[in-house]
Ligand binder design. Sequence first.
Ligand code: FE2
Length: 362
Amino acid sequence: MAFNLEDVNGIGKITANRLRSAGIKTVEMLANISLEKISSIKGFNESKARLLVKNAIKLIKRTNRKLNSSQLEALNENSSIPNGKYFNLTQENPRFMPKLIKEDDLYGKQGYILNLLRPNVYQFESKGAGCSVYLVVGENLNVLIDTGLITKFNSFNYLLNTEVGLSIEDIHLVVNTHEHFDHISSNSYFYCPTAAHRWAAAKIQQSDELITKGKKWGMDLTDLKVNIWLEDRNMIDLGNVILKVIETPGHTSGCICLYEPMKHYMFTGDTLFKGATSNIYESGSISEYIQSLKILNTLKISCFYPSHGSCVMGEENVKNEIESSIVNAEMELKAFVNRIKSKPIEEARAPPSLYDREEESL
Ligand SMILES: [Fe+2]
């Protein structure tokens, strides 16, 4: 069996060690053991036993269906890496094949494709418009990073139910990486609390159309609530995963990246992409963007998962992406400043969004 007991939802180190001492050493053994036997172990009761067996069965079903033997082998080989097991995304991603494709395209062209990036990290990769959505299945909490376009919610829900084996009720926290419509428009489908950086939260709660741009894309973003207002260095503890908030203003003022400081991977939102430099929108600032990238450049990042485009694996590749975005942004800033300085003072005015919102096209 490729997975350890710790890979089962709800099992941490202590629980795994207790199971092992009782002779239950693999996920398969756990899935086939009687509830009475588990319930008799110290620290267990019947409901906990039932849940863990259910989660073990789910994990086996998921992996048997989705991974071919060479992917399982690769997973086994990587299991000795202290930072955890992972799939090498430079090779073929493990793709989840749907059992049925509905007419409204729940999977594929207009919806999402589901990728398993690590045993506990799923990517709902957006096809066409919209951002990719990430699900981190933790020991204590399941966290969804962004909720994506509302037009793709059915696709998300379908894959969550049929492929991941979870439901909307199993999502315990939504974190928005920033305030743009394509990241927040499905927020209202979730029952759990929503978290965002405080500058993003202010704009989401005020339905600030100039910044969120919902109406421009035909989406109603009124009455969205943010329950937890985040700041730099806040930590979200999922049990087996830590998500550390890194403030990265620039693309907008409320941008954050979420960093796993022990395993060194990062969800970069719209701050860092593969082969492209982020755009600067209303409320954002190119100089803050440069500064944010410089902060990212001080961190050890072994791979990053962006909201648009491909993931980047390998420390060197990540560094190259950060540094080329810094160079591009610095060039853009310099060109802009030179343009402004070369004009007479009466023409060198700030963009209209800063002063006169009526002139802005929504
Ligand atoms: Fe954005």
